[in-house]
Ligand binder design. Sequence first.
Ligand code: AMP
Ligand code: GLY
Length: 467
Amino acid sequence: MQLDVLVIGSGAREHALAWKLAQSPQCARLFCAPGNAGVAAEPAVTALPDLDVADNDAVVAWCTANRVGLVVVGPEQPLVDGVADALRAGGVPVFGPSAAAAQLEGSKTFLKDLCREYDIPTAAYRSFTDADEAKAYIAAQGAPIVVKADGLAAGKGVTVAATVAEAQAAVDDALVARRFGDAGAEVVVEAFLDGEEASLFAIVDGRTVVTLASAQDHKAVCEGDTGPNTGGMGAYSPAPVVTPSVEAAARATILQRTADAMVDRGTPFTGVLFAGIMVKEGVPVLLEHNVRFGDPECEVLMARLRSDLLPLLLAAALGKLSEAPAPVWADEAALTVVLAANGYPGPYTSGSRIEGLADVRPPAKVFHAGTRAAAGGGVEAAGGRVLAVTASGPNVAAAQAAAYAAVDAVRWPGGFCRRDIGWRAVAREREGGKEERERKREGGRRAAARPPLSPGRRARRCDRMQI
Ligand code: AMP
Ligand code: GLY
């Protein structure tokens, strides 16, 4: 039986979800609210720019009136604000956690306390509402150390401090100056972890956990992973750091334990559980949980997903995930490059025109994030992260080459991108290939691992990163 689907959100993540879901033979009509210019241009998708997705009652009323068979919620804010609860109460199947379960992302203290109670591996921490106590603790612990605003702070609430003074300033910022408003009324101070980061995704319904492919994003704005943090400047999948043994360990000690803990607490989780992990010497440790797909990780996952997404999400929404067929992934790699407005993640201007989008040839695909229709036709920038240019290839290096070829077709002087997305994986592939040849030449006597290229050697100035 076919059904109508509504995707909530306006980023490249939601564009990718809408694009993928609309391909399902089970999908009758696909709506996306509010969407963006790229969503609106998808032939099989109807954008609903006027539906106020911050108004839960309005969303439920629209879904009921239009007999929507599944709602997929993209971003965290509506989930924390209870849109999934409202839809469930209104009898509308929804893929996304309740407000109570969304606290996994909505409150760092909630998450850390859960980890402590249920033995989920994470960095040692303490929570504070008093600035002097937090600063004394930081002085006693020493640097590097990490300060996190408790609540949602649009990706800006975490300070990885190299010095005690920097960490103490972050505490003052949150607790005294109230830079993040109520989201920073409490802070978590936690031990610095080194290692390599990766993103793990699982579809969860209560106790059933279906892991998805791994991905890695680049959060820093500048090449070589330097400069201020952003929502993500690019991503690729699979993430070579997530070996089968890392995945198995993370699945057992992080994802399944979290799902079981939420059932135990009486607030079972339904939706995407996105674990940001740090891997050191093959051991995964939880940095954070998110209750949604990552952006831009979602774009590369959708590019690699060969099976139908709709039955998987619908099964989770209906509490029947254990009966759903397992997802099938392409063997090839996918890579996405984010094009952002000049100035991002600081102040930027909107309204610059973007040309050349029609010159990007399939199978490369441009997912839109902050775009809108320009007066008189065409597309203009309307946000910080604006486009996610996505391509695939037999390995990460090939996907990277295809993605940058597509980036080069886009003409947008108002924006920039990093030119080194995927560098760690490409370096690994190169080293792996070299080692393979050396092993063959030397009859397998050669050692395996070498460190990846140091980011410092690859650092480039941000102001030269023109598209
Ligand atoms: P979060 O929102 O908690 O994932 O933090 C955002 C980013 O800060 C992460 O992606 C990491 O790059 C970094 N980070 C967070 N916690 C730690 C930690 N304990 N040690 C080192 N880096 C961290
Ligand atoms: N790319 C990281 C995130 O979506 O939080």
